[in-house]
Design a protein around this ligand. Structure first.
Ligand code: URP
Ligand code: ZN
Ligand code: ZN
Length: 464
């Protein structure tokens, strides 16, 4: 099967030119002006950007959490991702406390195999790591799971203490892998939560008010310090505020191997979303919580200046009616997480490029290339080049859509609300190609459950 994508404006993290792209089977085989080739199918990309498929390095499909399971599984979640222009996700497998991480990996393979419609990799969430289990980490890396996530939050659930953190970090550093950190002081936060509940403060907004930015900044500072001593690069996930960003910037300035992502919810939504008398605010109960609006300009600056390398979604949807309601009388029981995997590319293009904050190259870097590099997928993913996987999006930079659960062009996620309801965006993924196959066109799904492959990722590639 061959495909000719004709006359588009090809944009990667570093290139911007008009050319044709010839795809044979799963890879890009030729790029040039007015290519004289015979293809099984020609796509007219005139007036469109032709960009690498999005890489979302932080999703939680089919994740047991907060007494329930995230609403998108690997079939519905990856399909929705594809509609939004994302062709690769890196999701999180979980080690059950006291059990082997390899069992956790096996369980996540079972969840994804035969379901994922786009390519996917796994990080491993480490929940305990005694000395006699450290050997498993090398095995995970051999299996293509070359990054771990550890939590300083959620005591009694996913939390690990600093000793565990250090042990796992040291081994991860020896193995040439990367550690992702959920950086928040969960122990102190749980105390603040207890006080709030004792005072009868049970509404969703108290989720945000009991998680001060200083406690995120402290977690960022501490995890970086431990990582420096352990000798491992660290990637701070879902960084939400200026306080935490300052810690990343300070560490990078002294030469520490620190990387960080933020997410659309922290760039486009804010604390005021909790200002509801009813339970509506539960839609935005995620961790870290939404912050005061002024933080957003700091995050944009971090993205523009390179202290934040990537924009992921932390897609972890829970239905408002059936799942968020678990915390109707107690905000601490609301399942933490929100939807977004489908809307990331349009939101970032609109807020970044149309909003004058990012170049179009930087848009590609933040939504695709940097994550590919950090997580051992480049140059197979994250760029358009001869030999790369043909994960390509034909992106209309002028088309506008209003994001809504009722707009069939913007909501395919299996969740009963959209966190960005009513947001008008300019810039829409129109044709989405995954390893040479058109999986989305004219808002119709042409992919198939099981069409996505598991990606064995490479080791951490060093600073870039
Ligand atoms: O609220 C969130 N972020 N839920 C998903 C789990 C996590 O901490 O990433
Ligand atoms: Zn987290
Ligand atoms: Zn997450």
């Amino acid at each position: 099967m061959s495909l000719l994508i004709q006359g588009g404006r090809v944009v990667t993290a570093v290139d911007d030119y008009h050319a044709d792209i010839f795809v044979e089977d799963e890879t890009v085989s030729l790029i040039g002006r007015d290519l004289d080739v015979k293809a099984d199918r020609t796509i007219d990309a005139a007036g469109r950007l032709v960009i690498p498929g999005g890489v979302d390095p932080h999703t939680h499909m089919d994740m047991p959490f907060g007494g329930t399971t995230s609403a998108d599984d690997f079939e519905t979640g990856t399909r929705a991702a594809a509609f939004g222009g994302t062709t690769t996700i890196v999701d999180f497998a979980i080690q059950t406390k006291g059990h082997s991480t390899l069992e956790g990996l096996e369980a996540w393979h079972e969840k994804a195999a035969g379901k994922a419609g786009i390519d996917y990799g796994f990080h491993m969430i480490v929940t305990d790591m005694e000395d006699d289990r450290l050997w498993e980490m090398r095995r995970l890396a051999d299996e293509g799971v070359t990054s771990y996530k550890m939590f300083m939050a959620y005591p009694g659930v996913l939390y690990v203490d600093d000793g565990t953190l250090f042990r796992a970090m040291r081994k991860a550093g020896e193995d040439g892998t990367l550690v992702c950190m959920h950086a928040e002081n969960g122990i102190v936060i749980d105390e603040i939560v207890k006080i709030a509940l004792a005072e009868g403060k049970t509404a969703p907004k108290y989720h945000a008010l009991t998680r001060p930015t200083r406690m995120e900044a402290e977690g960022v500072h501490r995890s970086i310090a431990i990582a420096e001593v352990a000798g491992v690069p660290v990637y701070i996930v879902h960084l939400s505020c200026a306080d935490a960003l300052e810690q990343v910037t300070l560490a990078r300035d002294r030469g520490a191997q620190v990387f960080a992502e933020t997410c659309p919810q922290y760039l486009f939504l804010d604390l005021s979303h909790y200002d509801h008398d009813d339970f509506e605010g539960a839609k935005y109960v995620m961790t870290p919580p939404l912050r005061e609006k002024w933080n957003q300009e700091h995050l944009w600056r971090g993205l523009g200046f390179g202290d934040l390398q990537s924009i992921s979604t932390d897609h972890c949807p829970f239905c408002f009616k059936d799942q968020k309601v678990l915390g109707i009388d107690d905000f601490s029981k609301i399942p933490n997480g929100g939807p977004g995997v489908e809307n990331r590319m349009s939101l970032v293009y609109n807020g970044g490029v149309v909003g004058g904050r990012l170049s179009v190259n930087k848009f590609v870097e933040l939504t695709s290339t940097a994550a590919s590099k950090l997580f051992g997928l480049f140059p197979k993913k994250g760029t358009i080049a001869v030999g790369s996987d043909a994960d390509i999006v034909v992106f209309n930079p002028d088309r506008r859509e209003t994001i809504s659960i009722d707009n069939p062009h913007t909501h395919h996620m299996r969740v009963d609300y959209n966190a960005y309801e009513g947001t008008e965006v300019q810039g829409v993924s129109e044709i989405v190609i995954s390893r040479g196959r058109v999986v989305v066109e004219d808002n119709v799904w042409h992919g198939r459950a099981g069409g996505g492959n598991f990606l064995k990722r490479g080791l951490f590639g060093g600073p870039f």
